[in-house]
Design a protein around this ligand. Structure first.
Ligand SMILES: [Zn+2]
Length: 345
C-alpha cells in the first residue's frame, strides 16, 4: 500500500518528519551515486561502505568527507548522467583548475523555485521590482536565474550589473526598484561610496546581501552600516557555486539563516578531525545535495565556518537555521582557485 501524505498549512512540519525525509533521501543518494558515479563508487569501496545499508544518520556519518580538490580537474567523475543531459556548467573562475559543477535544465528550474521561495520569505510580491546587481552572464547565468525567480513571485526584475553607486541609484529611480540583491562585498563597497548620505528617499524595502561563493566577512556592524545608509533591512544569504546559490537566507526576523532542508542535508564537522558536531558548536559546513541527479555532492566540505541553530526562529518557524559564515578555511594542500566567480559572485 502506498501511504499518502498531505500537508496542512496550519500544521507545521515536525522535526521528526524532516529527519525521516532526510534519512530516506540520503539512503537514495548513496545508492544512486554508488551506482552511477565513478568517483563515489571508488570512494565507498575504499571506505568499505555498503551502499544498500545506509539506515541511520550514524551509518551516513561513516561516509568519508569530500572536498573541492576531489572535484578540481575531474568533475566528470562526479557525473551520474551522460554528457548529453548536461544543460549548463558553472565554474569558480572559468579555468580548468577550478571547481566545475554541471546541472540539467530541471535542476536549474528547481534552483529558480528555491530562490523564488527565498524571495517570497522576504516579501517580494506582485508590483515589486527586484534590482539584480550581479554581472550579466552568458545564458542561464546567476542573473537570469534570479530574474526568473522574481518573475515566479509575480514581481519584475532588472539586471543592472556592477556599477558605481550613482549608476545604481539612477537605475533604481528609472525602474522604480523596490528590492536589491547583490554580492555581499559589492553592496558593502557601493554603500561606502554613499559617504554618510541617506538613501532612504529611494524607498527600497530590503536588500539581500548574497554570499555567493565569495567569502566576505559579514557581521552585524556591516549590516548596520548598510541598513543605516539605505534606510531598510539588509539580509544575509548563503550559497556556494557547488551548492548552486540557494542554501539559506535570513527571514525578516533576522534570527539566523533558514536552511533549505528540502534540497540539502547540512552537517557541521570539526575541520580537523571531520567528526560531526552538535548544533550550536562552531565548525565547517558540510553539504549533501538531496535532489541533484546530474552531479550530486555527498558530505562536501565547504571550507566555511559557522554553526547550526535549532529551535524556533523569532518569526515562529521551527526550522533548522545557521549563523552567517564567520570565516573560511583555505587548506594548505589544496590548489587554490580564485573564489571570485564570474558566475555566482
Ligand atoms: Zn525566521
Amino acid at each position: 500500500m502506498t501511504r499518502k501524505y498531505s500537508l496542512d498549512k496550519d500544521q507545521p512540519i515536525k522535526r521528526e518528519d524532516i529527519e525521516r525525509y532526510h534519512l530516506l533521501k540520503l539512503s537514495e543518494v548513496i545508492k544512486y551515486t554508488g551506482a552511477k558515479s565513478p568517483f563515489y563508487r571508488s570512494l565507498y569501496a575504499a571506505a568499505g561502505i555498503d551502499t544498500d545499508e545506509i539506515k541511520s544518520f550514524d551509518d551516513f556519518s561513516k561516509i568519508p568527507l569530500t572536498e573541492p580538490r576531489d572535484l578540481i580537474g575531474r568533475p566528470q567523475l562526479f557525473c551520474c548522467l551522460p554528457q548529453s543531459e548536461i544543460f549548463r556548467g558553472f565554474s569558480a573562475d572559468g579555468t580548468i583548475d577550478s571547481v566545475r559543477v554541471f546541472y540539467t535544465k530541471d535542476e536549474l528550474d528547481r534552483i529558480v523555485a528555491s530562490i523564488a521561495a527565498a524571495l517570497r520569505t522576504l516579501g517580494l510580491r506582485r508590483g515589486d521590482v527586484l534590482q539584480i546587481m550581479f554581472p550579466p552572464e552568458a545564458e542561464w547565468g546567476c542573473d537570469y536565474l534570479v530574474s526568473r525567480a522574481a518573475e515566479a513571485c509575480g514581481a519584475s526584475a532588472v539586471v543592472t550589473g556592477h556599477d558605481l553607486l550613482e549608476g545604481q541609484v539612477r537605475k533604481i529611480v528609472e525602474h522604480k526598484s523596490t528590492m536589491l540583491i547583490g554580492s555581499n562585498p559589492y553592496i558593502y563597497a557601493i554603500t561606502g561610496l554613499a559617504e554618510g548620505r541617506d538613501l532612504d528617499w529611494l524607498g527600497i524595502k530590503s536588500i539581500i546581501m548574497s554570499r555567493g561563493c565569495n567569502y566576505f566577512p559579514f557581521d552585524e556592524s556591516i549590516r548596520r552600516e548598510v541598513e543605516a545608509v539605505w534606510g531598510c533591512n539588509a539580509y544575509d544569504q548563503y550559497g556556494t557555486i557547488e551548492t548552486g546559490l540557494a542554501v539559506s537566507i535570513e527571514c525578516k526576523a533576522q534570527d539566523g539563516l533558514h536552511i533549505n532542508e528540502a534540497d540539502f542535508f547540512v552537517e557541521i564537522v570539526d575541520p580537523e578531525s571531520g567528526e560531526v558536531l552538535e548544533p550550536g558548536e562552531e565548525g565547517e559546513l558540510v553539504f549533501t545535495t538531496l535532489n541533484r541527479r546530474c552531479m550530486p555532492l555527498v558530505r562536501y566540505r565547504s571550507g566555511d565556518i559557522s554553526n547550526l541553530i535549532e529551535g524556533k526562529c523569532r518569526c515562529g518557524a521551527e526550522i533548522l537555521r545557521m549563523e552567517g559564515v564567520k570565516r573560511k578555511i583555505i587548506r594548505e594542500d589544496e590548489r587554490k582557485p580564485s573564489r571570485l566567480s564570474k558566475t555566482f559572485l
